[in-house]
Design a protein around this ligand. Structure first.
Ligand code: FES
Ligand code: MG
Length: 580
């Protein structure tokens, strides 16, 4: 390890608040003592913010109030002064219309809370889907030392002998209920048994995808993302984050020192090997945009074409995060992925990724497969497939590893819904003539259209087809899909319908062709007819004139560009606050 320089105290930004011998410095010291702290407890120490996304509406983060105490223990131990600062929770299931509407808002809040207070370093407590990219986007833009402390996945659920994973099995049993294969009483019983503990979804949904990516990029203590929320290792990890962040402040080890193109490539490699959520494609582009690193959907598709799914986890495989932890977790997976990783990328631990995973053994080769024995071979399916064509000129994505073989090359008649309520009313209507080969389309679910790009993309299969045993169909939308779901769902169509993307011009009865191997998604409508429809198209009315949604609609970028706000992208400096 290289020798690191220790910064003098006077260089810490908190000193601007605390060290001056004037009326302002007096007020800052006085107000800290107002909370019962002695001068020697906080003066002359790095001030560490614990940004906490705890709330009682976010079950995935229900333990983060306690974990903040563990972080504080570590910070005191390391010689720092910890302060817990609450930020927006963005709990995935309760927040409507969608947490994606609030990702950028949390990113702004994280950045501004760090900037406006006397903070030298930050421990970021989050994990439920959007909270990870949001906290990281804020920390990247603020660029002071920061460690991401993941909430950890919930314990394995079991119902009547069957292992049940959050999200994946909710959807599966909902279809079983609609097909009449389980009873209403079964459904109620299932409700209380699926989610056994605090923590994030235990499948390889968006939460574990993003926390694992952050881990692989060097923003967490290596392997932290695999520790189950309810395991005693979890508070020990949180405490270690507290001690380490104090050292990082003295070393001045910032996100900009860690997040290089190489670390993003490491994040991509892990994303693909995990069979991670399609949502990560949006978040990674947004994070890279904040770090000033060009990253495109094509870069991601290229990584997916090289790296097969190795982690046998729902929805691509058959295990849960607790099995992954017992198998050796992310370090074991990364060790198997070594040929695809930049091992000299650095981590928050102050060492290289190669050093961090050197001794990582795998204890269950059926859960974490070898590169020559993947869960899904590359010929069969990928974590991320990019599709372009006259329906998606700027791209659409799908997880072909969680799709059906028979649908990967498909032509079918489109049935188009303009909004989810119309879909709910129409999906079981026999008059629409929907059969197993129909291509179901939902539009106006994009970043501007919905707004906020909700997880509407796993369109329901009509009841009559479910009863016949049909479990998958080609479904297309400009919305997103939960990372815990599966099926032949084409998502993130860009440009979206609401801004005049060609999806807006598709009509029920048109033929849509999908060729996953060729990376194509087209409507078989001739150019002259498309032009006629375009001339007649009018944008849908905007429902929001005020509120955060109105701001969002005005400034959000399209899915292929990461859905960040135009005024937040890039690395241009924001001045430090004046202290008067
Ligand atoms: Fe929070 Fe899935 S709902 S991680
Ligand atoms: Mg999710």
């Amino acid at each position: 390890m290289t020798e690191t320089r220790r910064r003098p105290l006077a260089e810490l930004r908190s000193q601007r608040w605390y060290a001056s011998n004037d009326i302002r410095g007096f007020a800052h010291r006085q107000r800290s003592q107002q909370m019962g702290l002695r001068r020697e407890e906080f003066l002359g120490k790095p001030v560490i913010a614990i940004l906490n996304t705890w709330s009682e509406m976010s079950p995935c983060h229900a333990h983060l109030r306690d974990r903040a105490e563990a972080v504080k223990r570590g910070v005191w131990q390391g010689g720092g002064y910890p302060v817990e600062l609450p930020v927006l929770s963005v709990g995935e299931v309760m927040v409507k219309p969608t947490t994606m509407l609030y990702r950028n808002f949390l990113a702004m809040e994280a950045e501004e809370v760090l900037r406006s207070h006397p903070i030298d370093g930050a421990v970021l407590l989050g994990g439920c889907d959007k909270s990870t990219p949001a906290l990281l986007m804020g920390a990247i833009s603020m660029d002071i030392p920061a460690i991401f402390c993941p909430a950890g996945p919930m314990s394995t659920g079991r119902w009547r002998g069957v292992t049940t994973g959050a999200g994946t099995h909710t959807k599966k049993y909902w279809d079983e209920l609609r097909a009449g294969r389980i009873s209403d009483a079964d459904w109620v019983d299932l409700e209380s048994r699926m989610t056994r503990s605090i923590g994030t979804c235990n499948t390889m949904g968006t939460a574990s995808t993003m926390t694992s990516i952050a881990d692989a990029m060097g923003m967490s203590l290596t392997g932290a993302s695999s520790i189950p929320a309810a395991d005693s290792a979890h508070p020990r990890m949180a405490s270690a984050c507290g001690t380490r962040i104090v050292e990082m402040v003295w070393e001045d080890l910032k996100p900009s020192d860690l997040l290089t193109r190489q670390s993003f490539d490491n994040g991509l490699a892990v994303y693909m090997a995990l069979g991670g959520s399609t949502n990560a494609a949006i978040h990674l582009i947004a994070m890279a945009g904040r770090a000033g690193i060009p990253l495109t959907l094509s870069d991601m598709a290229a990584a997916a074409a090289k790296i097969p799914v190795l982690a046998d986890l729902f929805p691509s495989g058959g295990h849960l995060m607790e099995d992954f932890w017992f198998a050796g977790g992310l370090p074991a997976l990364m060790r198997k992925l070594t040929p695809h990783l930049a091992l000299d990328a650095r981590t928050v631990e102050g060492r290289t990724l190669g050093e961090a995973i050197a001794g990582a053994d795998c204890y269950a080769d059926d859960v974490i497969r070898d590169l020559d024995d993947p869960v899904v071979p590359l010929e069969r399916g990928r974590t991320l497939q990019l599709l372009t064509g006259n329906l998606a000129p700027d791209g659409a994505v799908m997880k072909s590893s969680a799709a059906s073989d028979r649908l990967l090359k498909h032509r079918g008649r489109a049935v188009v819904f303009d909004e989810p309520e119309a879909m709910r009313r129409g999906i079981d209507d026999p008059a629409l003539g929907i059969d197993a080969d129909t291509v179901l389309v939902l539009r106006n679910g994009g970043p501007v259209g919905a707004p906020g790009m909700p997880e509407w993309g796993n369109l329901p299969i009509p009841k009559a087809l479910l009863k016949q045993g049909v479990t998958d169909m080609v479904r297309i939308s400009d919305a997103r899909m939960s990372g815990t779901h599966y099926g032949t769902c084409i998502l993130h169509v860009a440009p979206e319908a609401a801004v005049g993307g060609p999806l807006a011009l598709l009509r029920t009865g048109d033929v849509v062709s999908l060729d996953v191997a060729a990376g194509r998604l087209d409507m078989e409508v001739d150019a002259a007819e498309i032009a006629r429809r375009r001339a007649a198209w009018r944008p849908p009315p905007q429902r929001y004139e005020r509120s955060f949604a109105a701001l969002y609609q005005r400034h959000v970028s399209q899915a292929d560009r990461g859905c960040d706000f135009d005024f937040l992208e890039g690395t241009s400096a924001v001045p430090e606050p004046e202290i008067f």
